[in-house]
Design a binder for this molecule. Structure first.
Ligand SMILES: Nc1nc2c(ncn2[C@@H]2O[C@H](COP(=O)(O)OP(=O)(O)OP(=O)(O)O)[C@@H](O)[C@H]2O)c(=O)[nH]1
Ligand SMILES: [Mg+2]
Length: 198
């Protein structure tokens, strides 16, 4: 994947209408603070283009990053952030669900989970929405640098089991610190970008 050009092309608020794009979309979902924006930055080889922070709940909009005029990386708002109201959380959920159901150019959904922890009920609900919308999720286990190889090998089956993943469903350990896993994800995006439209 050669990154020639990146722009934050579209920002969609919770209540706004979703745009109709003309390029394939790859979406990244996951709990607040799991590392979605960090993964996007690693993919586009920028330090802080997609804004990251230690403050959870930072990305509250759907952000479409257009890459090389070829495809969009879509940063979905993080869910499960405890400090926002129930009503706001429900709105985010609805927004993500609406995006999954209605986006015509969506080609692949990546679900990010923190590799250190067992996935939450929200993660399980999210992967359910992804499957119900007709996509085969690819799970990215983030913050791999915080675990030893041994601990990683222990957590992978725990995550797979909790998310009820089939053998066909991919799980990729990733670290924004060491960039482990970046190449594999970039290759998947390359393959999907070349794929003829179905
Ligand atoms: N050690 C380590 N820290 C990470 C990694 N990925 C993200 N972080 C840190 O985790 C925090 C949250 O990362 P973000 O990328 O902002 O998370 P997000 O999922 O976009 O969060 P929201 O926008 O709130 O949904 C930041 O402090 C990052 O530096 C990683 O692979 N390793
Ligand atoms: Mg973010």
């Amino acid at each position: 994947m050669v990154i020639k050009k990146v722009s934050l092309d579209i920002v969609v608020g919770v209540t706004s209408k979703l745009p109709e794009t003309e390029k394939p979309e790859f979406a990244f979902a996951g709990r607040s603070n799991v590392g979605k924006s960090s993964l996007l930055n690693a993919l586009i080889l920028r330090k802080n283009y997609a804004r990251t922070s230690s403050q959870p709940g930072k990305t509250q909009t759907i952000n479409y990053y257009k890459v090389n005029d070829e495809f969009f990386l879509v940063d979905l708002p993080g869910y499960g952030y405890a400090k926002v109201s129930e009503a706001t959380r429900a709105k985010w959920g609805k927004m993500i669900e609406r995006y999954l159901r209605t986006s015509k150019m969506l080609r692949q959904v990546f679900l990010l989970v923190d590799m250190r922890h067992e996935p939450t009920a929200n993660d399980l609900q999210m992967i359910g929405w992804i499957r119900e919308s007709g996509y085969m999720p690819i799970v990215i286990a983030t913050k791999a640098d915080k675990l030893s190889r041994n601990e990683q090998n222990k957590m992978i089956p725990v995550i797979r089991k909790k998310l009820r993943m089939t053998k066909e469903e991919l799980l990729i350990p990733f670290s924004a610190e060491t960039k482990a896993g970046r190449e594999e994800i970039a290759e998947i995006l390359d393959g999907l970008t070349r794929e003829p439209e179905s």
